[in-house]
Write a protein of this length. Structure first.
Length: 133
């Protein structure tokens, strides 16, 4: 893993949260995107080398909606940039980690992604990200 790619924050409403984070981070939201396969709408912010992704559920039964129902709005996941997502997935499986998807899937912000089960990462949802070239 090369670096933290972004921190994902679950929110109830992008409409309310985008202005808040624009003020907080003193920067504009540079991108919004619908990720239909994950039932989320996303908004991205960049400050220096750091990125924040806001996640709003588009489905009342979606994983982000369920997360908010259980834990409230807040940090949802930490994403790490990897050079070769397939190789990293294989390595982590060999180390005994459970992957939430068996093959990389298309995520937001032009990335291939894979999530690790949080039961094995001390309750933290970990996302692996590789830029699609």
């Amino acid at each position: 893993m090369r670096k933290i790619e972004h921190i994902g924050i679950a929110v109830k409403s992008l409409k309310q949260s985008i202005p808040l984070y624009e003020k907080l981070l003193n920067t504009h939201c540079y991108k919004t995107e619908l990720v239909a396969t994950e039932n989320v709408a996303t908004a991205f912010f960049k400050t220096g080398d750091n990125k924040i992704e806001l996640l709003e559920s588009t489905d009342a039964e979606g994983v982000v909606a369920k997360f908010i129902e259980k834990k409230g709005e807040g940090i949802h996941h930490i994403a790490f940039d990897v050079e070769d997502i397939s190789a990293e997935m294989k390595r982590l499986q060999e180390e005994g980690f459970i992957l939430l998807n068996t093959t990389p899937k298309k995520g937001a912000d032009n990335k291939l992604v894979c999530f690790l089960h949080p039961k094995q990462t001390q309750g933290v949802l970990i996302e692996l990200c590789q830029e699609i070239k």
